[in-house]
Design a binder for this molecule. Structure first.
Ligand code: SF4
Length: 244
């Protein structure tokens, strides 16, 4: 293990985990089939969508260009009126790993990118500890717009925004989803089970395995929990590596 990586693990409060042979938990990059060409961009005017199902179906047919434009133009749940900009997501659009958080915070709202600031730096360190650069994964949120005062998303807001995330997942076709934080995990899995109970198990979102871990903002406040986050990352590495 090089000194840089040791430093990152140290940031996580972790004694590096080394296999009997001294190797690290490798994140095998398998050749991915080319993403099939997306359909022609679909025009989506949310206000004129005949039904919720019609809106979801239109979003489900979008390619990346149309999807980004639809998110930028969306005013479906009203959160857009109170935020600076939508935060679509960032990273490798064919990534093996998809990290999903809750919603943009103040800094994300300002910069238009998820997981920036101190929590973003810790997420980068967590990824680096398993041999991944931020650019190698895709990072998105359940909500694309910042809720006022960083309040929890309302169920109806998450429901209206969900088709965008579902289309992102379908386009990326990740090998593993890392749900970061209680709100993201509960929304994705449609449950009110505590994060403590959701951790440590491989869930599924459609046909994609999903592992739950703590939000880095929580880990900054509760550094004693970093070891559990490290265990979650190792579970995700094993799951992704197994090609589940
Ligand atoms: S949070 Fe999602 S559904 Fe609500 S306005 Fe923003 S993009 Fe649209």
């Amino acid at each position: 293990m090089d000194a840089k990586r040791l430093g990152r693990l140290h940031d996580l409060g972790i004694t590096p985990w080394v296999t009997r042979h001294g190797s690290q938990p490798a994140v095998a990059r398998e050749p991915r089939p080319a993403t099939p060409p997306g359909p022609a961009p679909v025009s989506l005017t949310v206000q004129s969508a005949a039904t919720k199902d019609g809106r979801a179906a239109a979003i489900a047919a979008m390619d990346w260009t149309a999807l980004k434009a639809a998110v930028t133009a969306c005013t479906a749940c009203g959160l857009r009126a109170g935020c600076t900009q939508t935060v679509f997501g960032v990273g490798d659009e064919r990534a093996k790993w998809l990290v999903i958080g809750e919603a943009p915070g103040a800094e994300e709202d300002k910069q238009g990118e998820p997981f920036v600031g101190r929590a973003g730096q810790l997420l980068n360190s967590m990824l680096a500890a398993i041999g991944l650069k931020r650019e190698q994964v895709y990072i998105a949120n359940v909500l694309k717009c910042r809720p006022p005062g960083n309040r929890d998303p309302k169920p109806e807001e998450a429901e209206l925004c969900r088709p965008f995330l579902e289309r992102q997942i379908a386009l990326i076709r990740p090998k593993i989803i890392l749900a970061v934080g209680r709100i993201a995990a509960q929304n994705l899995l449609h449950t009110d089970t505590t994060i403590g109970r959701l951790r440590g198990t491989v869930h599924r979102l459609g046909d994609v395995p999903l592992v739950v871990t703590y939000h880095p903002a929580y880990l900054l406040r509760s550094p004693g929990e970093k070891r559990k986050a490290w265990a979650d990352l190792k579970l995700a590495v094993r799951t992704a590596g197994a090609g589940a």
